[in-house]
Design a binder for this molecule. Sequence first.
Ligand SMILES: Cc1ncc(COP(=O)(O)OP(=O)(O)O)c(N)n1
Ligand SMILES: Cc1ncsc1CCOP(=O)(O)O
Ligand SMILES: [Mg+2]
Length: 193
Amino acid sequence: MGSQNCHNDPKHILEQAVKAGITAFQFREKGNGSLTGYKKFILGKQLRNICQNYRIPFFVNDDIELAEILDADGIHVGQDDVSALELRRRFPNKWVGLSVSNKTELVNSPISSVDYLGVGPIFSTTTKEDAKSAIGPNWIKDIKQAYPSLPIVGIGGITTDNAASVIQAGADGVAIISAITLAEDINKAVLQL
Ligand SMILES: Cc1ncc(COP(=O)(O)OP(=O)(O)O)c(N)n1
Ligand SMILES: Cc1ncsc1CCOP(=O)(O)O
Ligand SMILES: [Mg+2]
């Protein structure tokens, strides 16, 4: 998540989610209303500290320089971002995650150089303005069959009602923004998830 996904203090939202049991966090400060420059850096540093205090991995989305400055545990990139192959070479000790949204992207991706795939959008979402078409959970089964040892995280439109179907399809995890950041009761939402 980023501040643009939050109706109140992102630090408070992250702390509640971490206390309730989320197992990793990705700082994705991007889209309408998001912070840039120094303000983005300061928020990233504060969120990074929360993750460090609670001992959960901290990922940065897209922004390689920020990932480096904040000493992130991992970096997530998509098909139109800095090449995952280049990141692997530059950051041998960070996790590198790559998004795939369809078969063409999958077959053209440097699978052996990444630590996990972010697969989605699984369901439709309004959180990402330029999201591709929703693909549904079933495709995860095919990817798992082709790459049994590659961790897969489903993303996009995942809620307390449909998260189980993503795991049942073979995903190792689910990545969620609005169903947590906008939940009336974050503790309850994370516990249900
Ligand atoms: C875990 C995870 N999966 C997919 C994405 C999407 O990345 P990308 O396609 O580069 O889109 P943006 O998030 O950069 O808008 C992700 N961030 N995390
Ligand atoms: C970053 C991203 N990548 C694919 S869908 C998406 C948005 C996920 O947000 P939400 O969980 O609110 O649908
Ligand atoms: Mg990206």
